[in-house]
Design a protein around this ligand. Structure first.
Ligand SMILES: [Zn+2]
Length: 325
């Protein structure tokens, strides 16, 4: 496994972004690796607190190591795979992941007062860099719910703080808040417009002026977007058709992410979209074959659907295909 330093430098220069996909189980991991290997895209495997609670940190770590070997078996000679801690909340969590072999960690001090965020981030950076592990920090608050991370209200990253923050913490990349949001219900209906033709919610656009101001302050510095699922409506529809109920689930339009990927944004986090693909497929298979009880018969198709989704994101949204030959 590699850290993010070189891949981010290339991504910023090349005007594309690296996908950061969360994984909690074998099928997701297989799908991520198959899609990345086929498209020759560098990839960041993310482990959240929820994933560690669900699947066990040690098991996930060895699964990621296995994934590197699996990628080679698939004919990918030099896989560029990062194992990254998503939303590390304490120094001890980051330390434990670094000791265990993670190649990158995030310390999320964004809910803390500014000076405390700096102190915590700097402590993690000092420790991590001794082991050549890269550190993502966060400034600004995202709304929405993601595993155990949640906030009622967002506030955008303040461009006037970023130089001081990056200098004093020594972080390798910075997650910012410009209007993305965690989860599959990113915006309340009253925050959106409604398309009169389709009846679907149209979310407010991302604050590209804030992104631009940050880029100007930190030229060439790797910027990260969390909460960047697009919540494809075909999956929401499938879920609703086969017994589910997800009214007003809405995400970030892909054309906005495409635009972001061409900027200093070099890591885009996508989690909810693969959950939707998996759930929609499983619901469909079980509805159509009520007698089916072999999990492979519904997890297999779910895996294939997730692989399609990951490959789509890589090729048509992030532009990272062919960047890890
Ligand atoms: Zn996040």
């Amino acid at each position: 496994m590699v850290n993010t330093r070189e891949m981010f430098a290339k991504a910023v220069k090349g005007g594309y972004a690296i996908p950061a996909f969360n994984f909690n189980n074998m099928e997701q991991l297989q799908a991520i690796i198959q899609a990345s290997a086929e498209t020759r895209s560098p990839v960041i495997l993310q482990v959240s607190k929820g994933a560690r609670n669900y699947a066990n940190q040690t098991l996930l770590r060895y699964m990621a190591e296995g994934a590197v070997q699996y990628a080679k078996e698939l004919g990918w000679k030099r896989p560029q795979i990062v194992l990254h801690l998503d939303h590390g909340d304490t120094f001890e969590t980051c330390q434990s992941c670094i000791r265990m072999g993670f190649s990158s960690v995030m310390i999320d001090g964004s809910a803390l007062p500014y000076e405390e965020n700096i102190a915590l981030t700097r402590k993690v950076v000092r420790y991590a860099h001794r082991y050549d592990v890269t550190v993502e920090a966060e400034l600004g608050v995202l709304a929405g719910v993601e595993d155990e991370v949640s906030a009622e209200e967002s506030h955008y990253t303040r461009p006037e703080e970023v130089i001081d923050f990056v200098k004093r913490t020594g972080c390798d990349s910075l997650a910012i808040s410009i209007g993305t949001s965690h989860g599959a219900y990113k915006f309340r209906p009253e925050q959106c417009k409604r398309d009169p033709k389709t009846g679907l919610l149209v979310p407010p656009p991302l604050a590209f002026d804030v992104l631009k101001a940050i880029e100007k302050k930190l030229p060439g510095f790797p910027i990260v977007l969390h909460g960047s699922s697009s919540v494809p409506q075909e999956y929401v529809k499938m879920i609703d058709t086969y017994g589910g109920k997800m009214p007003d689930a809405v995400g970030i339009p892909e054309e906005q992410l495409r635009k972001a990927a061409k900027s200093a944004v070099c890591k885009i986090n996508i989690d909810s979209d693969s959950r939707l693909a998996m759930t929609a497929t499983i619901r469909k298979v079980l509805a159509e074959k009520p007698g089916e009880f072999d999990p492979r018969k519904y997890l297999g198709p779910a895996r294939d659907e997730m692989k399609k989704l990951y490959a789509w994101k890589i090729v048509h949204v992030l532009g990272s295909n062919g960047k890890a030959r």
